[in-house]
Design a protein around this ligand. Sequence first.
Ligand SMILES: NC(=O)c1ccc[n+]([C@@H]2O[C@H](COP(=O)([O-])OP(=O)(O)OC[C@H]3O[C@@H](n4cnc5c(N)ncnc54)[C@H](OP(=O)(O)O)[C@@H]3O)[C@@H](O)[C@H]2O)c1
Length: 268
Amino acid sequence: MKKRIALVGGGRMGGAMLRGWAPMADAFDLVVFEPFPSAEVIEIVTYNQWDLNPDPAQSATFDCVVLGIKPQLFVAVGDQTIKHLVGEATLVLSIMAGIGTAKIAEVLDATHVIRAMPNTPGQIGKGVTAYWNSPTIPAEAEALAVSLLRPLGTVEKLQSEKQMDAVTAVSGSGPAYVFLLAEAMAAAGEAEGLERGLAERLAWQTVIGAAALMEETGHNPQDLRRAVTSPEGTTAAATDALTAGGGIITLVRRAVEAAIHRSRQLGK
Ligand SMILES: NC(=O)c1ccc[n+]([C@@H]2O[C@H](COP(=O)([O-])OP(=O)(O)OC[C@H]3O[C@@H](n4cnc5c(N)ncnc54)[C@H](OP(=O)(O)O)[C@@H]3O)[C@@H](O)[C@H]2O)c1
């Protein structure tokens, strides 16, 4: 029997999931709740003969309800829309940052809640998503959740919900750290006399190429870094400057601690 899935919130992440689910259309009956659907969301829903914005109060409950709305909207949308979709056996799969499974279960009166943290490369299927579920979640529900997250990229299972703060700080916010490095490299190139556009192209493509090299060779970053660092060469001079007195290692550690602190504040 086809699984009945509801997606609440078809924005960047929700839209990316929807795009990824299209090839599995035969396995699902899908309903999307999204007040301002993009042309792409409308096209995917129409093509697959899925349903868009039916009256939630008239809707039967679903096998799985995926929450792709912003966390600050959760309580309001939970009361208006989501509660109608959730029954005793419904799996609620949340990708909302900062809101814990206990709060989600309480607001929706839900029994089964799985919480996941994707990141922005998920929009092109290159993300990494970590999820946590309590041991009481049926194996079949967990397998369904993993199959729904897979289109965003790789999927990792956590040992405890507490680890979600560290995940938020490392992979959730992580793409911004890499973008910042690309910005800093371009700014340094410009400061050393390169024309701005050229400095940006050199820096950005270096980040893209380095990530692709890591992916395609499967080598770890330490080995790849050592391979380009000859003793007393230019790269060694640069990485010595980056790590002097702790340098970038200490800074990234502090950045992750700051993100964890903020994640805990937001989750209260
Ligand atoms: N982006 C990330 O890197 C990232 C990473 C990890 C987790 N997340 C989590 O993923 C969730 C979605 O993030 P996003 O970046 O995809 O945000 P987004 O693009 O703003 O998507 C949220 C969507 O929910 C819709 N929405 C608002 N009210 C609704 C309602 N009453 N019923 C149904 N849908 C409604 C919004 O519509 P309108 O635009 O019309 O308001 C919007 O399209 C957030 O909880 C965020 O914490 C995001």
